[in-house]
Design a protein around this ligand. Structure first.
Ligand SMILES: [Ca+2]
Ligand SMILES: [Ca+2]
Length: 236
């Protein structure tokens, strides 16, 4: 084994030590079976160890069965690049998130509101994923001040995507009313997987943040709602 290989192994091992000590274990889902080198049904750090042992172990560890279960980058070979692809998928993929548009203040005079029975509107999301890296999320009935400049901070920590909404005001001061808005986000650089999406919305008082589990592999399109029991979701 030449010096370069030692350097690569040392680098990967240090990275693995760092990510395991700082983040705990995380499961990801790539395309069905791909990257699941040890065939336990999950794609996680154990597959990276498994491949490292197979490729660089002395003596070599067992091969994936079938071999191409370890071919995480789908190039037909099982080698260092697959370890790097797995590391990227499991730990390091950066995302970029932004607001791409939002509605104006939504009126309760929506066609679909039955005032006899629907005193409160739900807080919700709809989402769609392109299968590789782009997730579009629409936060429906998001609570804001009625004259806001709408902002959000979007981040990923392993399998959790967090959207923290906040607002500023054109003239520095909020107006004396609240409104519901539909806010559309786009997240890029997100590999296929199962994620927890948390939307840290405003004006919820004691009510919990909208939190949804989204399986982008099995359900690339979906929706989720939670009931709200306070103004501005409700008429009272
Ligand atoms: Ca596995
Ligand atoms: Ca490969």
């Amino acid at each position: 084994m030449d010096l370069r290989k030692y350097a690569v192994i040392a680098s990967v091992a240090i990275l693995l030590l760092f990510v395991t000590s700082s983040s705990g274990e995380t499961d990801f889902t790539m395309s069905k079976g791909v990257g699941d080198a040890n065939r336990d049904g999950k794609v996680n750090i154990l597959d990276i160890y498994f491949l490292m042992n197979y490729i660089y172990g002395n003596p070599p560890g067992p091969a994936p069965v079938p071999l191409l279960a370890g071919d995480a980058d789908l190039d037909g070979n099982v080698d260092l690049r697959d370890m790097l692809t797995l590391i990227h998928t499991v730990f390091t993929a950066p995302i970029v998130g932004e607001i791409i548009r939002h509605s104006g203040c939504l009126s309760y005079a929506k066609d679909n509101v039955d005032f006899e029975h629907d005193y409160c509107l739900p807080d919700g999301i709809t989402y769609s994923y392109n299968g590789t890296d782009v997730l579009n999320i629409k936060h429906t009935n998001a609570g804001f001040n009625c004259c806001p400049i709408i902002h959000a901070t979007i981040s990923r920590s392993q399998q959790q995507i967090t959207i923290e909404e906040y607002e500023t005001y054109e003239h520095g001061e909020p107006c004396t009313c609240l409104c519901l808005f539909d806010v559309e986000y786009q997240v890029t650089g997100l590999p296929p997987g199962v994620y927890t999406l948390v939307i840290m919305g405003l004006y919820l008082n004691e009510e919990e943040y909208l939190t949804a589990t989204i399986n982008l592999v099995e359900n690339p399109v979906g929706e989720y709602t939670v009931p709200r029991y306070l103004y501005p979701w409700c008429l009272y």
